[in-house]
Ligand binder design. Structure first.
Ligand code: RFL
Ligand code: PHB
Length: 390
């Protein structure tokens, strides 16, 4: 088989790139290791920047998000037993974010792909990119006991942090920058109304907590836990007691509890691979970088990578120019590093660290206090949260 762009991974990055290419008449195939159902069962991000929402529209997959998504004009930071509102809309000249689950984004993009006849191969085992440092790259994979080969012009590695694309690059050609954190996030979904109509990020002596949502009847809540925490040790009751203990009293009292429909622990890390281009192989999304979820930036970074990569591929096919492809890595990384900084800062400011000691806690407190006394400081937070331009 031959295609123009072989895409590895059917997460949001791969699907969004595939749809923009299909809409532009550029042939592409998506190879996904797991099943469609498995991809759709992963509960992850919930906050879309305007740039990402606009790209879903551009892909032709934004209708349900516009109808069912919840536009948010602000969120709260809770500390010292009080909630303080960050007025995103007022601080950024009218920008807001859209609360709409990653599962729904993926669903809408998969539906669009089917409708427009894009080819996706699910349960493609042992996917391997080959010869991407030459002008004739190809990808091999196994399906139903047979080996298949796809010749292509370019390979897009959209296969997430654990994918094969980044691992296929010779060690000497890639540099890794990373930082681990001594905690994870225990998250649940429950079909109860959210405690507040906007998100609440809480800094508390017992640890960080986040109240988010998927709709007006479905809540998404998280608490900071030790990195090696086992989800089996957390009954629903224990979770509700813990999250309420980390929220201001009135908020805790107002919280509706109920049985969880999902519960899992997510690892927290900062990670960047440089560069993001290896001649005819391009990394996009989590395949190239990871941020801690505190700033709600991971999915949005996947979208900005896809913006740059799609524009570059389009320019290549429409104008026979490689300028965009040559600039891809540098352009994408410039935005990635700013989101890395912001996510690291939000994480450092909002979590308890085992080694921070009383001095570290005082500094954290001063930082939060300062935010709400300085419009300049709060504007820094707001303009990063709604998303830097691209
Ligand atoms: P994905 O979603 O991991 O998709 C990669 C796909 O590639 C497949 N794959 C392979 N396919 C073929 N061959 C192989 N060898 C393969 N290896 C892997 C996988 O099966 C999968 O289908 O990466 P992508 O597309 O780059 O998307 C990135 C986002 O998923 C991620 O950044 C966000 O979920 C991060 N994130 C958040 N981002 C936000 O922007 N806002 C948020 O509010 C937000 N909240 C979160 C988050 C991530 C979380 N977790 C679980 C880490 C909250 C959490 C708890
Ligand atoms: C979520 O709703 O899953 C969510 C929201 C905001 C974050 C992280 C996760 O910062």
């Amino acid at each position: 088989m031959r295609t123009q762009v072989a895409i590895i991974g059917s997460g949001p990055a791969g699907l969004l790139l595939g749809q923009l290419l299909t809409n532009a008449g550029i042939d592409n195939v998506i190879l996904e290791r797991t099943t469609k159902e498995h991809v759709l069962s992963r509960i992850r991000a919930g906050v879309l920047e305007e740039g990402m929402a606009g790209m879903l529209d551009e892909a032709g997959a934004g209708a349900r998000m516009r109808a069912e998504g919840l536009p948010h004009d602000g969120f709260d930071l809770a500390f010292d037993g009080r909630r303080h509102r960050v007025d995103l809309y007022g601080l950024t000249d009218g920008k807001r974010v859209m609360v709409y689950g990653q599962t729904e984004v993926t669903h809408d993009l998969m539906d669009k792909r089917e409708e427009t006849g894009g080819l996706s191969v699910y349960e493609a085992a042992n996917v391997r990119p080959h010869d991407f440092d030459t002008d004739r790259p190809h990808v091999t994979y196994e399906k139903d006991g047979r080996e298949h080969r796809i010749d292509c012009d370019f390979i897009a590695g959209c296969d997430g942090y654990h994918g094969i694309s980044r691992k296929s690059v010779p060690e000497a050609a890639i540099e890794i920058f990373e930082r681990g954190y001594p905690f994870g996030w225990l998250g649940i979904i429950a079909d109860v109304p959210p405690v507040s109509h906007e998100l609440i990020y809480a800094n508390h002596p017992r640890g960080f907590a986040l109240c988010s949502m998927r709709s007006t009847t479905r809540s998404r809540y998280y608490v900071q836990v030790p990195a090696d925490e086992k989800v089996e040790d957390w009954s629903d009751e224990r979770f509700w007691d813990e999250i309420r203990s980390r929220l201001p009293e009135k908020t805790a009292e107002a919280m509706t509890t109920g049985p969880s429909v999902e519960k899992s622990v997510a690892a927290i890390r900062s990670f960047v691979a440089e560069p993001l281009r290896f001649r005819r192989l391009f990394l996009a999304g989590d395949a190239g970088h990871i941020v801690p979820p505190t700033g709600a930036k991971g999915l949005n970074l996947a979208a900005s990578d896809v913006r740059y990569l799609f524009d570059a591929l389009h320019e290549y096919y429409a104008e026979k120019s490689s300028a965009g492809l040559d600039a891809y890595s540098e352009k994408a990384l410039a935005r990635v590093w700013k989101a890395e900084r912001f996510s690291w800062w939000m994480t450092s400011t909002m979590h308890r660290f085992p080694d921070q000691g009383p001095f570290g806690q005082k500094i954290q407190h001063a930082e939060l206090d300062y935010l709400f006394q300085s419009r300049a400081a709060l504007t820094m937070l707001a303009e990063n949260y709604v998303g830097l331009p691209y």
